[in-house]
Design a protein. Structure first.
Length: 143
């Protein structure tokens, strides 16, 4: 009986640990282009002072593209800054199973959107809002 209890306790511990780990957004995520369905970038999400931020650490560019592009369409302090290394997601706070309260910038058009994120089926669902309209992307965890 004691062995069965110990086994159940260990199994429950690993189940809970796996669920907690699966819900974290910290790490590297592959973004996918909505139209081409091809990988677009790798965004590294990190926690700093209780808030979450994301920066682009890699771009998947075709051979004809500039290999070190700048954000010429950005209208804030990111204008004319290199996209690789750029912090595109700011001030996200954990709120239950979601992360919200921050913003995300889309360097391809220079626009900034209110943002909400959550983990669903092992993917990071990233939703950008402009007014009442929104668009949701699925980001894939990088190993």
């Amino acid at each position: 009986m004691k062995k069965a209890f110990n086994f159940l306790a260990v199994a429950l511990f690993f189940l809970v640990a796996t669920q907690v780990q699966a819900q974290t957004i910290v790490g590297k995520w592959k973004t996918i282009d909505d139209e081409t369905k091809q990988p677009k970038s790798i965004v590294e999400i990190y926690e700093q002072n209780g808030k979450y931020y994301g920066k682009i650490v890699k771009l998947f560019l075709d051979s004809k593209a500039n290999t070190d592009p700048i954000c010429d369409k950005c209208e804030d302090d990111r204008k004319n800054k290199k996209i690789i290394g750029m912090v595109i997601m700011t001030d996200m706070k954990k709120d239950g199973d979601e992360f919200s309260g921050g913003e995300i910038c889309k360097p391809s058009n220079g626009k900034t959107y209110r943002c909400k994120m959550w983990v669903e089926g092992g993917k990071l669902m990233v939703r950008g809002y402009i007014g009442l309209l929104y668009k949701t992307q699925e980001w894939i965890k990088e190993n």
